[in-house]
Design a protein around this ligand. Sequence first.
Ligand code: SF4
Ligand code: SF4
Length: 570
Amino acid sequence: MLLTIEINEQQVSAKRGETILTVLNRIGVKVPTLCYLSSLSPTGACRMCVVEVEGLPHLVPACSHQVEEWMQIHTHSPRVLKARKNIVELLLANHPDDCLYCDRNGTCELQGLSEELQIRERKYISRQKPVQIDKACPSIQRDPAKCVLCGRCSRVCKEIIGVAAIDSVGRGSNTRIGTSYNRGLNFNACVKCGQCIIACPTGALTERKSLPQVIEALGDPGLYPVVQFSPTVPAAIAEEFGLKSNKDILNLLRYALKRIGFRQSFDISLASDINLTEEAAIFLERLQGNKNLPMFTSCCPAWVRYIDIFHPQFSPKLSPVKSPQQIMGTLIKKYITSSAGIKPEKVFVVSVMPCTAKKAEAEYDSEGIRPVDAVITVRELVRLIGLLGIDFDKLEPEPNDTAFNMSSSSGRLFGISGGHLEGLMRSINFLSTGQDLNPGKINELRGLKPRKEAKIRINKIPLNVIAVSGLANAIELMDEIENGRDNIHIVEVMACVNGCINGGGMKIGSDEKNLKARMKALYDADEEEMVKVAHKNPVLTELYEKFLSKPNSPGNQEILWKGNSKSQEL
Ligand code: SF4
Ligand code: SF4
């Protein structure tokens, strides 16, 4: 039902039950927010979005206050502006003055608010004791001194990721965001997804930086630095530098990586093809023996850790195959570069990932020679490109110079929720029938819905498959399975909503438009690519002949299977 309200003396229609902020956003009146994120439940805690409603004694938070018939609202009255300014001044009282040294310099919302509200001096000085930076986790760093207690991180962690690894502790002026027993992020239920970093408006949560290590390796004449990148990276880089996300961007990225100093660059999608080939064989064996079904995919390290912590009874259902990152690192060190006479210990493999959990994965899966030596996020790569003065507008595309960059488009689809599953169904069908899946494009598994289900008939057997993204959305599915739902064959879970295209290592402040562009780039690549099934990748044939054994054979387990997925600190 429609109501009429008045905003800044203009009559506006609004729906009953809408918040004031929803109406303001719709009509293009901008009020600042801090604790509010559209994907989370509003709390009105920071009061940054306060507005004046005639007849009410106090200012009200627009994010959580609902419209009422004939409400007269003033969004930028002197009283409102004074209140907002005072809120920021109080936040700044507890904030260190170190913008120049902060990771979020230029993207910090507190900095932006301070500028918007014309704050030019420190009004209040607090006597807060210095607090220790939490560096326990290999993926994420917490600096409580920069926390403005907006609660966005804890709500993302609870509502979207479903693990509540961080939360408010203490009361009144002692309130802070903490981890259980204050032991640090590495020693609790944190799955390292990095969604809290994306949500945080300040530099209180950042990824653990691997750039210094990478820069050192690039300058070490005794090392052979190479780089591997996720299929989501080209589109993300195109977005950062205002370029079209077409075929050329891959070649431009290759050139930029060469200019950075990497001797070779590899698209990880070849390793995704190996992952699919192994998983298809493993699934068919499980299906035949009716064992450990539904099979859970295991390419997302945050999901694997979630199972370890919250549902260890389901561990046998996880695919034992390593993630593409770890497979590609092994392939580079033990086959590609060693075939060229370079000793594995001299090869320094850097991954560029949309994900922070990959940093922990590389560290924990490091028995013997580490497959991956350092993982940088897309954000870190953008910084490296800037640091080395590389101007994307002036780059010439670098053609691919190695067969090990050949992959099927299924391998590239890993970047989006449902994509791994779509590729796996193509491989299972090919392995069972020797034919291409018809239709190869599985529409039910496409798009930005958090849960997607499809029924696919392969060799006359109807298979039910489900793709879920956002770990909190997996809880319901886990309950269904726990409560006896036994007609599901394969489950793909990605910790971040929509999968890697929305990973914790991507650009801060990405919106739905960005996600759609990243998704489109992956689906377009699938349309354009001739080889759509992992099994048809010709390089795979060579690898299985010369380096690996038959899919799902004991010979491959040592190279391609996870040793102990519980190897992460708890
Ligand atoms: S990384 Fe993910 S699981 Fe860990 S605290 Fe942040 S949001 Fe929660
Ligand atoms: S750590 Fe960041 S997101 Fe979490 S409460 Fe503090 S400022 Fe907000």
